[in-house]
Design a protein around this ligand. Structure first.
Ligand code: GDP
Ligand code: MG
Length: 293
């Protein structure tokens, strides 16, 4: 299945259209929506683009793309997650089932150990998805593969207690990073939200505010549905950043634009495969280049 990027579709549209009339801008809006930029935002951006192009008498393909870039750029937010030195830090990793939470915890653990601390001893993974035994085993497996310590209890146990123990273990060193995996059964939303709020309280009581980040994992292939997931988790505990996974499986990614514009949530990491090194810090400039050439 050939995946046409937004830019390829746009070039095709420029090829068909000799003049940039209302119909052109309408089709440009559709192309933005196909790239997972929400409908309302896409229409707003296209309206603005059309108005500015008319006012400034822009009839050149490259100038239109340039204008579009100027309108989209402020919507794409990035952040750098940097654990506070010489303190215990906790990153709580959230998201619905299957988006790549557990995999991302392992990738980030390896990434921070290598790129930030230069030591595996400064990172602990907490198996706080206690809902299924398989989830705990999965994290233990990643622990063996990456050489990073895992704190786990039995399945069915209290996820807050797991995080608590992981923080205690890290506190004996006085510094480092705890990456906590969580369950994501959104079909039982009320219980999930309660459970997350309890974990949230536990962490808030144990570590300094600037050392605690709540990170949502979003599957880039889910499109606008991801935005609704972000709303639910943001309402429940508040979000500091997003990790975008499965970027290798989609040519879209417009979700990032809506995320920044509508919820003001920045992206920290992007993942593009199933292996541990398939993670990189999110770079908004690079992202815009990939989107618009
Ligand atoms: N292609 C691809 N697959 C991924 C990526 N991240 C995770 N996965 C896969 O997605 C599936 C679900 O991941 P998992 O970490 O178990 O999700 P969780 O339920 O949110 O914990 C697994 O098969 C992962 O290997 C990614 O960046 N790219
Ligand atoms: Mg999991």
């Amino acid at each position: 299945m050939a995946k046409l990027t937004f830019m390829e579709k746009l070039r095709k549209l420029f090829g068909i259209k000799s003049k940039y009339d209302e119909e052109f801008f309408e089709e440009l809006g559709d192309t933005l929506i196909e790239s997972d930029i929400g409908a309302k935002l896409a229409f707003d951006i296209v309206d603005q683009l059309e108005e500015e192009c008319k006012k400034e008498k822009i009839f050149d393909e490259n100038l239109i793309v340039q204008k579009l870039k100027e309108l989209l750029t402020p919507c794409v937010l990035q952040t750098r997650l940097e654990p506070v030195k010489d303190k215990v830090n906790v990153y709580l990793v959230l998201g619905v089932n299957g988006v790549g939470k557990t995999t991302s915890v392992a990738k980030m653990a390896a990434w921070f150990a290598d790129k930030y601390f230069g030591s595996k001893d400064d990172v602990i993974m907490a198996a706080s998805d206690t809902f299924r035994a398989a989830a705990i085993d999965q994290l233990k497996f990643h622990g063996e593969k990456t050489g990073i310590r895992v704190v786990a209890h039995q399945d069915g146990s209290d996820p807050s207690a797991v995080v608590f123990d992981a923080i205690q273990a890290m506190s004996s060193k006085g510094k480092g990073l705890v990456l906590a995996d969580t369950a994501g059964r959104l079909h039982n939303k009320e219980n999930l939200v309660k459970e997350l709020q309890k974990i949230d309280r536990t962490i808030s009581q144990k570590v300094d505010k600037d050392c605690y980040k709540k990170i949502l994992v979003l599957d880039a292939t889910t499109g606008q549905n991801g935005l609704r997931q972000a709303e639910v988790f943001n309402d429940a505990v508040g979000l500091d950043a997003v990790i975008l996974t499965k970027f290798d499986s989609t040519a879209k990614g417009g979700m990032v634009v809506s995320l920044g514009k509508e919820l003001s949530i920045p992206v920290a990491f992007v993942c593009f495969g199933e292996k541990y090194p398939d993670i990189d810090v999110f770079d908004s400039e690079k992202y815009m280049k990939e989107l618009l050439g």
